[in-house]
Design a protein around this ligand. Structure first.
Ligand SMILES: [Zn+2]
Length: 337
């Protein structure tokens, strides 16, 4: 796949194409920006272009054995590192020092079948501190004929010393138009309806995986539940506080959706309260229900609720007593109401 087939990302693609054309490809890059917008695809495309045996106007041909092997991650000079979980039930995946040491060993050899060795570290911010320090040595003394590409959606979590040794390239969230194109191409076989297509595009925030994977039924149900809650919650209805706190505390597989929807809805309500138009609202499709609700409370109340949600989300990323924290959050809602 040529660079031009990667949707959006005009600036990153231009920077890389120029570097290839002028033979000024850097030793190390950091591709950063939101998740699922084309960073990894661009890194693979760069690896292919650096090793392709029949380049077509600076683009990899996709046909030669080098291109095919890199695409399938079987090329002996292409290394792809990503975080792994230490056990299947582990909460967080990480890139550990063993993986970095193994990479360093492989990078110490000359290219075996290609021209340039390319190592891609996906989710580089998930390198643990030992791994990051070890990788820093490779960045400080890069092996010959090697290009290192770090990919991250949370670059601020990377060691500043790592960042300073890379050429940084920022990737932007995709436009709604491009997200729609990708959804149309990939989901048309599933018979995606026009309404769903619009809804998914609207909610994507420019991320392909969010647009494709989100469980629309779950989202619709939770959103309905939250809007009803926000319409009715007050100190006169403590039954609502306790029943929601109890049920949410038990559904820890749904916390991410619950928090996301709470934040998005309360954010939209605060925006409507300040007189924003529909174009700035994420939950545009239910604007007629949100507008009157927004006016029921002050802007200060909506902001207080937003802060309560944020604080609870942070607290629950530890081992806090979930029901207690949800109760606390909803009491803050009552206070703000
Ligand atoms: Zn090729």
């Amino acid at each position: 796949m040529a660079f031009d087939k990667i949707l959006g990302q005009e600036k990153p693609k231009q920077i890389i194409k120029n570097a290839l054309q002028n033979s000024s490809v850097a030793h190390a890059y950091l591709f950063y920006g939101p998740e699922s917008i084309g960073k990894k695809q661009t890194a693979i495309e760069l690896a292919k272009a650096l090793n392709c045996t029949s380049l077509i106007e600076g683009n990899a041909c996709d046909e030669c054995s080098s291109c095919r092997k890199i695409e399938n991650k079987t090329h002996s000079d292409f290394f792809f590192i990503e975080p792994v979980k230490s056990t299947p039930t582990a909460r967080e995946a990480a890139i550990k020092i063993e993986a970095i040491r193994e990479l360093q060993r492989k990078l110490s050899f000359h290219p075996y079948e290609g021209k340039v060795k390319v190592a891609v570290i996906d989710d580089a911010h998930l390198m643990n501190i030992q791994a990051a320090n070890s990788f820093l040595k490779t960045l400080e003394e890069p092996p010959s004929a090697t290009v290192l590409i770090l990919i991250s959606s949370h670059p601020f979590k990377l060691l500043p010393t790592l960042i300073s040794r890379c050429q940084t390239i920022q990737f932007q969230a995709l436009s709604h138009e491009n997200i729609r194109k990708i959804l149309e191409e990939t989901m048309v076989e599933e018979g995606i309806e026009e309404n769903t297509l619009n809804f998914r595009t609207l909610r994507s925030r420019g991320s392909v995986s969010k647009a494709m994977k989100e469980d629309m039924e779950d989202v619709a149900n939770i959103r309905k539940e939250i809007v009803t809650l926000l319409e009715t919650i007050s100190f006169d209805r403590m039954d609502i506080v306790f029943s929601h706190a109890k049920s949410w505390a038990q559904q820890n597989d749904q916390w991410e959706i619950i928090f996301n929807e709470l934040m998005e809805l309360v954010r939209d309500l605060a925006f409507f309260r300040t007189g924003c138009t529909d174009s700035q609202i994420h939950n545009r499709d239910i604007a007629t229900r949100l507008k009157p609700l927004a006016l029921k409370r002050s802007l200060k109340s909506w902001i207080e609720m937003f802060n309560a949600v944020h604080a609870t989300k942070m607290a629950l990323s530890g081992n806090a007593n979930a029901q207690l924290f949800f109760e606390n959050m909803l009491m803050d809602f009552c206070e703000a109401a």
